[in-house]
Design a protein around this ligand. Structure first.
Ligand code: DX5
Ligand code: ZN
Length: 217
């Protein structure tokens, strides 16, 4: 069964605590927090203060996805804010190895993220040092986009390297995930599913989380 990481990008910001409690009660293992800087992606979302405010209200793993150009400078703020996992996009820095080192030295789990147009080979040199790899299944920047089916091949390719080298990182997928699109990703080796609009644009987020689980039994 896949682990579920609801993305609060699609939550109700006015009633955020209630929405977080709903997915927490439903047993979601991670809470996915999308940080967007208006440069690496067109949208702007929230910063370290937001992570800090959420930290005391849930025990879920705080999975922070930085869609931020040159993230090195702001990593210490997210480490201090209480993130459990911090993901950096390989396209956003000339120093991916250094960025991952900063995260790990801060005692936080390190994740590398690749966009749909970036090959798996671009992250091979840092796979030995990560706790999680995020394969974007849409182009980042917005919730509610359509899943890109060509992502499945990349998940399988990454999973093959993982097996061959004996790595134990999680493989996360993000973008357009629902109870149907998750199936092939899970079969290809994905272990964590981010879902934003599918979970929160529903009368009962718990039902949607359960549907993802049932689809990957
Ligand atoms: C996209 C973000 C996603 C987004 C997913 O840039 O990284 O985490 O919230 O939203 P859905 O599940 O609606 O595609
Ligand atoms: Zn994300």
């Amino acid at each position: 069964m896949i682990k579920v990481a609801p993305s609060i990008l699609s939550a109700d910001y006015v009633n955020l605590q209630k929405d977080i409690e709903k997915v927490d009660k439903a047993g979601a293992e991670l809470l996915h927090i999308d940080v967007m800087d208006g440069t690496f992606v067109p949208s702007i979302s929230y910063g370290p203060g937001f992570v800090k405010a959420i930290r005391p209200i849930t025990k879920m793993v705080l999975d922070v996805h930085l869609m931020v150009q040159n993230p090195e400078h702001i990593l210490p703020m997210f480490i201090d804010a209480g993130a459990d996992i911090i993901g950096v996009q390989v396209e956003a820095t000339q120093h991916i190895h250094r960025a991952l080192q900063i995260i790990k030295n801060g005692g936080v789990k390190a994740e590398v993220v690749i966009n749909p147009g970036t090959p798996v080979s671009a992250i091979e040199p840092v796979l030995h040092m990560v706790d999680q790899v995020l394969i974007m299944t849409v182009n980042p920047g917005f919730g509610g986009q359509k899943f890109l089916p060509e992502s499945v091949e990349k998940i399988a390719q990454l999973n093959e390297i993982k097996k061959q080298k004996g790595y134990d990182f999680d493989i996360e997928i993000d973008g357009g995930i629902n109870n149907e699109t998750v199936v092939d990703c899970y079969k290809a080796g994905a272990t964590v599913a981010v879902a934003g609009s599918y979970v929160f644009n529903a009368d009962d987020p718990a039902d949607r989380i359960e549907a993802i689980r049932q689809a990957t039994k």
